[in-house]
Design a protein around this ligand. Sequence first.
Ligand SMILES: Nc1ncnc2c1ncn2[C@@H]1O[C@H](COP(=O)(O)OP(=O)(O)OP(=O)(O)O)[C@@H](O)[C@H]1O
Length: 283
Amino acid sequence: MALIDVADLAFRFPRAEKLVLDGITLSIEAGERVAILAPNAAGKTTLARWLSGLLPEGVLTAERGHVAMAGKPFAEWSVADRATAIQFVGQVPSQQLTGCAFTVYEEIAFGPCNLALPEAEVRARVDEALTICNLRHLASRDPFTLSGGETQRLSIAAALAMKPRVLVLDEPTSNLDPESRDDLLAQLDLLPGGLTIIVLEVALRPSLALAKRFLLLDEGRIVADGTASEVLNDPRCIETLGMTAVTEAAYRLRDAGRWPEATPLPLTLDQALDSFGAPRAHG
Ligand SMILES: Nc1ncnc2c1ncn2[C@@H]1O[C@H](COP(=O)(O)OP(=O)(O)OP(=O)(O)O)[C@@H](O)[C@H]1O
């Protein structure tokens, strides 16, 4: 059985003419690292909230279909069980702070404390999350004094301290400068192998750094599902999301007759260097 099953999910916001999600069907296995790609306003955050069990909520219900985790629709999960099964990290770091923690340490401890875990277990979880997210030196700081990148790392640390099976990341690097983005991606790359990661993205580079499987969301439907080269080279993906800078450079070189026709266009710098037998950029 897949860990997450979305069955013919169709959803529209109240009074909206169009469906945001229009028959989404997909399965995600435990341990998979999946990127769901789509342009702005295509429904990434909405789908992320469904995948995380944050929708349905109140009047916001599906027109049809549902999302289930481990075979059970989210509607049947208790809040505590859902929060330990799946965690959502959104794109605006400051909106994710609890607002009731005086320190970074307390912010990370908030979730585990609400599960009424023994103090030693809470401490162990906070310690581990501080290390993974490189926040140990900031443990005593007021969360509201952190930079955007630090706050995003804190949001992820707080999510990890819940020891979820699934982490849903909605454009996690969209508000970060290139250095903070690369730092965060390097840290995410070190997360435990068993953790299922679903990242919803408009940007190709962070998706390539995190995911092995790629889905393209278009007009409320999943229209492509495959490897990076299958999905990122799909004309529908190129039309809506463009190409990586490396692919575009190779594409232009090929047009100018300076990229071997038989050599596939690379998606990343490492692939481009491999094509020429050059040493990779990092080690
Ligand atoms: N609460 C709401 N009420 C009505 N419409 C909404 C609501 N939230 C989102 N929408 C609309 O639903 C559509 C999808 O929004 P969503 O935020 O899911 O897209 P997105 O792909 O995450 O966009 P972005 O990349 O710009 O963050 C948009 O047209 C948006 O205006």
